[in-house]
Design a binder for this molecule. Structure first.
Ligand code: ATP
Length: 308
């Protein structure tokens, strides 16, 4: 659905994007995660044809954004970081105006409007001026205008920024619902947003892609944690003797059960748990817990940010 190849963009001396390349397949929901100033908004403006890259190409559904801007924009629903809503217009009046601007044929407008209003839960607010709505409801109006023309791709720039926790939950629920029928690329600087909404993340730092992976891949480590009821004799030696184990550490835990972290070989991706389980069974050790160690997205992000 989206192919971005070697895209760079500078504003004078500021290199906002430095040769980014990524792909989003139809039906995916992908988070573009990065700190302030990472280049997220710049990337989204380029994807939607509102800004030209200095170098590189972007295609949406096979069409080059630079040469087929109108056709591409017709397939995209875009929620900019600050949606240009008109406070004095009613919700209905605004959406009608957007339908006209999007050149939705007169006989389809009523259906498009009611579907967008229904999808975003705005039925009871149609006649209210946008300026009188809460921030969360204004964001719904922004989303309603983005889906009005039934786009195949939704591009959402920081969709929950500035909302209170209840509104954040509602907007995320709404995005998940919309994503059932549409490809979604959204940007955020909030780690939990990515975890709540998608399973693939592209991490952008200083205009460069530092990671592009499924959350499960990012959080996986080669290590395992074993918790026993009682510490058996010779446990360290036996664990260290397992294939692929490069070290064993005892971990202090509040409940006091003997807990061991087994360090696996970096990079070979092998799961130590089956071999550990076999050993535990063979020795008759009293097993409480055995799991693969995972890193939080926060740890991953901090490591990447520090290395940037
Ligand atoms: P935020 O999360 O704060 O919105 P972002 O990841 O969306 O940040 P961008 O807004 O794309 O990042 O900005 C990337 C870099 O480009 C920043 O250093 C920013 O100051 C700079 N920049 C963005 N727009 C302009 C502009 N119109 N003129 C000059 N510099 C700009």
């Amino acid at each position: 659905m989206i192919d971005v190849t070697d895209v760079s963009k500078s504003y004078g001396p500021v290199e906002a994007l430095r040769g980014i390349t990524f792909h989003v397949a139809a039906g995916e929901i992908v988070g573009l995660l990065g700190p302030n100033g990472a280049g997220k908004t710049t990337a989204m403006k380029i994807l939607t044809g509102y800004l030209q890259p200095d170098e590189g190409t972007v295609t949406v559904n096979g069409l080059d954004v630079l040469t087929h801007t109108r056709q591409v924009q017709a397939q995209i629903g875009y929620l900019p970081e600050t949606a240009p809503l008109y406070p004095e217009l009613s919700v209905q009046g605004y959406l009608k105006m957007m339908a006209e601007l999007r050149q939705i044929p007169e006989d389809e407008q009523r259906d498009c409007l009611s579907q967008a209003v229904y999808a975003t839960g705005l039925e009871d607010h149609l006649t209210r001026p946008i300026g009188q709505l809460s921030k969360g409801f204004r964001q719904r109006v922004g989303l309603a205008q983005a889906i009005l023309h039934r786009p195949r791709l939704l591009i959402l720039d920081e969709p929950t920024i500035g909302l209170d926790p209840t509104q954040v939950v509602e907007i995320r629920r709404l995005i998940r619902r919309l994503a059932q029928h549409t490809t979604v690329l959204f940007s955020t600087h909030i780690l939990s947003e990515v975890e709540a909404l998608c399973d693939r993340v592209i991490i952008l730092i200083n205009g460069r892609i530092k990671a592009d992976a499924r959350l499960s891949e990012l959080s996986a480590t080669p290590d395992a944690v074993l918790v026993l009821d009682k510490a058996p004799a010779g446990v360290f030696k036996a664990l260290r003797g397992l294939n692929g184990v490069r070290g064993v550490e005892q971990v202090q835990t509040p409940d006091g059960y003997p807990t061991y972290r087994l360090l696996g070989e970096m990079g070979n991706g092998a799961d130590l748990c089956p071999a550990i389980y076999e050993l535990v069974k063979e020795r008759g050790w009293p097993l409480r817990e055995l799991r693969r160690e995972v890193r939080t997205l926060e740890t991953v992000f901090n490591e990447l940010a520090t290395a940037a």
